[in-house]
Design a protein. Structure first.
Length: 199
């Protein structure tokens, strides 16, 4: 499966936003990436604006194009607002839930913890990040990763604010409800994504 392994700051600069939650101050944040700097100041087309929104959201959640399109097709089949259903599917991914519970500092770290078999769902190991969690499920980390100094320092951090649809006691989190639109973090305009795929 393909995945981006280049410089992440480059992608964040392209979107003008810290996509990966590392808390890094973007280097030259107002200048798009490239050897020769910005090439004029043309106003982006409607297509370009929608494309950028789709790319930004896809990269925020760390998934590839085929997966993202699959989530859109699933969301389209559900009655209601397609954009909100799309965001709900993305938020309920296991790697995102681990990140949003504050068990890891980034989605990439959460994804790695899942694929390495360190994440338990209802005390059973689940090792694929795209697993769709359900309301009522308990999410925890195994003892091996709890011994990690990085994870220990993260769990001891006091600046973690959980969204309303999650709760956590110690190292065990639970999904108490489905996420609502206001629970989604990051500047996402889901209507532009719907318009991109509906063109």
């Amino acid at each position: 499966m393909s995945r981006y392994i280049g410089p992440k700051n480059r992608l964040s600069r392209k979107e003008g936003f810290d996509l990966f939650g590392k808390g890094n101050k973007l280097r030259k944040a107002n200048v798009p990436p490239g050897q020769h700097g910005p090439k004029g100041s043309r106003r982006p087309s409607d297509y370009g604006t929608r494309l950028r929104e789709k790319q930004k959201t896809k990269r925020m959640y760390g998934i590839i194009e085929g997966q993202f399109r699959g989530y859109f097709e699933k969301a389209k089949k559900v009655r209601g607002k397609t954009g909100e259903h799309l965001l709900r599917l993305l938020e309920m991914r296991l790697d995102n839930v681990v990140y949003r519970l504050g068990l890891t500092s980034t989605r990439a770290m959460a994804r790695q913890a899942v694929t390495h078999g360190h994440v338990l769902v209802n005390n059973k190991k689940v090792n694929y990040p795209s697993y769709q969690t359900k309301v009522g499920e308990m999410i925890s980390l195994d003892q091996r990763i709890l011994n990690s100094t990085v994870v220990k320092s993260r769990l001891d951090s006091s600046d973690i604010s959980l969204p309303a649809w999650l709760k956590r006691t110690g190292t065990v989190g639970q999904i108490v409800s489905s996420p609502k639109r206001e629970d989604v973090s990051g500047p996402i305009n889901e209507q532009l994504i719907v318009e991109f795929y509906s063109r």
